[in-house]
Write a protein that binds this ligand. Structure first.
Ligand code: 2E7
Ligand code: F3S
Length: 316
């Protein structure tokens, strides 16, 4: 029996960004340097496959510092931590390695600089997400106000409309953020803005590739975790760009084959925390069911790399 034909469009860039590469390397190098167990505060990146792999090598994942013994190293996840967390680790005299993405640290520094200049901050982000919690936690309570939607802008109560700046989470929808930033500028004309926003290159590039493939595909599958902000944004971008069927899947086993019946072209991308082995697993699952042709939709080439912290480059 011959298999039905199907074209798989593969987004490029997709998958791991430089911050994720670095964060995973930090945990691996910490395990090499100090042996197991190495504690990691929060999932190093939001991917079960990555977390399970590191757990098998001796990493122990916890949510709070007080779950870590004093005599073992602790790594802070790529999403960043409130200022109180490294301060508490230092007070406890723990070895702490910070895997916060340098592009998140840049936003932390931006917030601190505005605060020193007497500005109150407004953060565009998602409530409760660890990056938002970490960035807001760089400043004292009340100094960073959160907005999630254009509607939130109208209800903000600020200290002084003439002394404001805004920052953003790095993994937001580029288009939604532009709308919220415009609403902020309309309501507070004096607000200081980042050059564009604080959305990182990886988020921007992955969204751009999805937009480029949207017109060619009947369905979009985004490989990523349900708690991965950047992955969820890719599903939304696909839906907004006209994909009638856009789904987040963690692995090939999550594909709803019945929903794909009769479909002839599928777009595949992966969030910044999803490893390429899972993309290959999904491609193989298609090859088993369809006469599959794979085509690349490449909208950017990424060359960004980040160094690991010095403590891991020095001998033990
Ligand atoms: C850190 C940051 O782990 P992720 O899925 O995280 P998000 O923030 O998208 O939920 O992806 C990698 C990553 C992205 N941003 C890590 Cl601040
Ligand atoms: Fe950093 Fe962006 Fe990746 S903030 S961890 S480069 S998705």
């Amino acid at each position: 029996m011959s298999l039905p034909p199907l074209t798989l469009y593969l987004a490029a860039p997709r998958g791991f960004c430089a911050g994720v590469d670095r964060a995973i390397k930090i945990v691996e190098m910490a395990l090499e340097k100090w042996g197991a167990p190495v504690y990691v505060r929060h999932e190093i990146v939001h991917n079960k496959f990555v977390v399970d792999g590191l757990r098998a090598k001796g990493a122990v994942f916890v949510e709070e510092l007080d779950e870590c013994p004093l005599d073992r190293p602790v790594v802070f996840s790529a999403h960043g931590v409130p200022k109180a967390v490294p301060a508490e680790a230092a007070r406890r005299e723990m070895i702490a390695v910070d895997a916060t993405c340098p592009l998140v640290t840049k936003v932390h520094n931006e917030a601190a600089r505005h605060h020193e200049n007497g500005l109150q901050m407004i953060m565009i982000g998602h409530a409760g997400h660890p990056e938002t919690v970490g960035t807001m936690g760089q400043l004292p309570p009340g100094e960073v106000l959160l907005v999630e939607t254009v509607a939130d802008v109208a209800t903000l109560t600020v200290r002084d409309p003439g002394k404001l700046a805004f920052i953003t989470q790095t993994t937001l929808s580029v288009d939604d953020t532009a709308d919220i930033a415009a609403a902020l500028k309309a309501r507070f004309p004096a607000i200081l803005a980042p050059a564009h926003d604080d959305i990182c290159y990886a988020t921007t590039n992955r969204q751009m590739a999805v937009k480029a493939m949207a017109g060619k595909i009947d369905a979009l599958l985004v490989i990523g975790a349900p708690n991965s902000s950047n992955s969820k944004r890719l599903v939304e971008v696909g839906a907004n760009a006209g994909c009638a069927y856009a789904q987040l899947i963690q692995r090939a086993v999550d594909i709803d084959w019945r929903a794909l019946e009769g479909i002839r072209s599928v777009g595949i991308t992966a969030g910044a925390s999803a490893p390429e082995v899972l993309v290959n697993e999904v491609i193989d699952a298609f090859r088993a069911r369809f006469a599959t042709t794979v085509e690349m939709v490449e909208t950017a080439v990424e060359t960004v790399e980040f160094k690991v912290p010095r403590i891991l480059r020095e001998p033990a």
